[in-house]
Design a binder for this molecule. Structure first.
Ligand SMILES: [Zn+2]
Length: 205
């Protein structure tokens, strides 16, 4: 119950506080066009037959923007980042975008990966579905996981709805660190009958 009130309070605060670009301070923008464009460049990383497309290295200003998106309620920056990310890469030949689900233990009232995916989906005209994948258990929070813990992740960590069968999908997340989460989720989707060969992230850590 307390969580509901907390979340309600947070959403109200963000409705009434003036928004400004976290990089240049321009009022009225969760992330202004100029800053979004200057922060992003097309990058590609390969993890044995799995491609991760990223818009930046996780450092400096983009790191600040992502931290604001995740922890300071700058929800609108997610969609803007997704729209800009879509401009960097050719539209993939897929019919579904899957945001990495929010951890069950997360207290965030929105999923930043979904916000980013919705920008990509709008620009590319690809369906985004937030309901097909979830974490099976309460897993230690991402940022608090060590490299070796993340490497121990298995596809069984995710529950994937059979409705995903026969879709050609790409995954979406805010940050890719070791690629372990993305690869495990991709494998879980593949096990459920989908084709998943790539992921789009804002930044590579
Ligand atoms: Zn700006």
């Amino acid at each position: 119950m307390q969580n509901i009130f907390n979340n309600l309070f947070k959403s109200l605060v963000h409705v009434f506080l003036p928004v400004s670009c976290p990089v240049c301070g321009e009022l009225g923008e969760a992330l202004c066009d100029k800053c979004a464009e200057s922060l992003l460049e097309p990058l590609k990383f390969e993890y044995n037959n799995f491609d991760v497309y990223a818009g930046a290295f996780y450092e400096d200003e983009i790191r600040q923007v992502i931290l604001n998106l995740k922890y300071k309620g700058l929800r609108a920056a997610g969609k803007i980042l997704g729209l800009k990310l879509a401009d960097l890469f050719e539209r993939p030949d897929i019919d579904l975008l899957i945001p990495v689900p929010l951890h069950k233990s997360s207290r965030r009232y929105y999923n930043q990966a979904y916000e980013i995916a919705s920008g990509l989906g709008d620009k590319w005209h690809i369906k985004v579905d937030n309901s097909l994948c979830s974490w099976r258990h309460i897993v230690a929070h991402h940022a608090g996981m060590s490299k070796s813990e993340r490497e121990e992740l298995t596809p069984q960590a995710f529950k994937v709805d059979n409705k995903i069968k026969n879709f050609k999908a790409a995954l979406v997340d805010d940050i890719c660190t070791t690629g372990a989460t993305l690869k495990c989720l991709a494998q879980a989707c593949i096990n459920a009958g989908a084709e998943v060969k790539s992921a789009y992230v804002v930044a590579k850590a």
